[in-house]
Design a protein around this ligand. Structure first.
Ligand code: B16
Ligand code: MG
Length: 217
């Protein structure tokens, strides 16, 4: 067994992907930039400012740092409005049960999210206490696919990356895990997450047997 698991938040623990999409879409519409759910897929795991820059690039638009700041603030206000209504019912299927299975087996559990809203979300859904280590967008300077968020997590756990399994739904997140030397379980579509060591559709019914399907355990 691994010694710890590091979980991404958006798309693994809670389904905030549609909320991010709605908020970004409203900003893109104002700028007359065509922005699809497929484009949104590429923004998963990417920081707020980098996401804004990628959307501007789709529309071939250039904006000053001040304008980018104002746009991302507006996006976040809309996003926060949506997530402020979150409750424990928004936890993705099987996640709470899996976290308890891990704790009972003596594995440590950490958060590795790009989101600066992670503390608010974890509190809203009542999962804050289940994570021994929490690393989020407020603690890092390089967004996924840079491995910083997971490396900092392993460091705070006092473990080597090879001892921690990362759970990720984003292409950028799987790349971050692999670049950092972590075994990685992709949560979602195998055609998108083929760089992961194993891909599962969701964490419904997930238990300790999942680790047997990883080459390193
Ligand atoms: P915020 P994760 C990521 O969270 C999201 O996938 C990504 O869409 C978002 O832009 C990023 O957090 C920053 O979020 O604007 O709340 O700081 O998947 O790494 O948990
Ligand atoms: Mg994610």
């Amino acid at each position: 067994l691994p010694k710890a698991c590091i979980f991404d938040l958006d798309g693994v623990i809670v389904d905030t992907v549609p909320a991010h999409y709605i908020a970004w879409k409203s900003i893109a519409d104002e700028l007359n930039i065509p922005f699809t759910e497929k484009d949104n897929e590429q923004l998963k795991g990417v920081s707020r400012v980098d996401s804004m820059k990628r959307i501007l690039a789709i529309g071939n638009l250039e904006k000053s740092d001040e304008e980018i700041e104002a746009l991302t603030t507006r996006k976040n206000d809309r996003y926060v409005e949506i997530i402020s209504k979150m409750t424990p019912a928004d936890i993705l299927p099987g996640v709470r049960e899996f976290l308890h299975v891990l704790a009972e087996a003596g594995l440590k559990v950490a958060l590795g999210s790009s989101s600066k809203n992670a503390p608010t979300i974890l509190k809203a859904v009542g999962l804050s206490d289940l994570f021994q280590v929490k690393v989020d967008g407020n603690h890092i300077s390089h967004s996924k696919p840079h491995p910083e968020v997971f490396l900092l997590g392993a460091d705070r756990l006092g473990l080597h990356p090879s001892e921690c399994v990362v759970f990720e739904d984003a292409i950028s997140g799987v790349q971050a895990a692999k670049r950092g030397g972590f075994p990685c379980v992709g949560v979602g579509l195998p055609e998108l997450l083929h760089e992961a060591d194993l891909v599962v559709p969701d964490l419904k019914d997930a238990d300790l047997t999942i680790f047997k399907r990883l080459p390193s355990f």
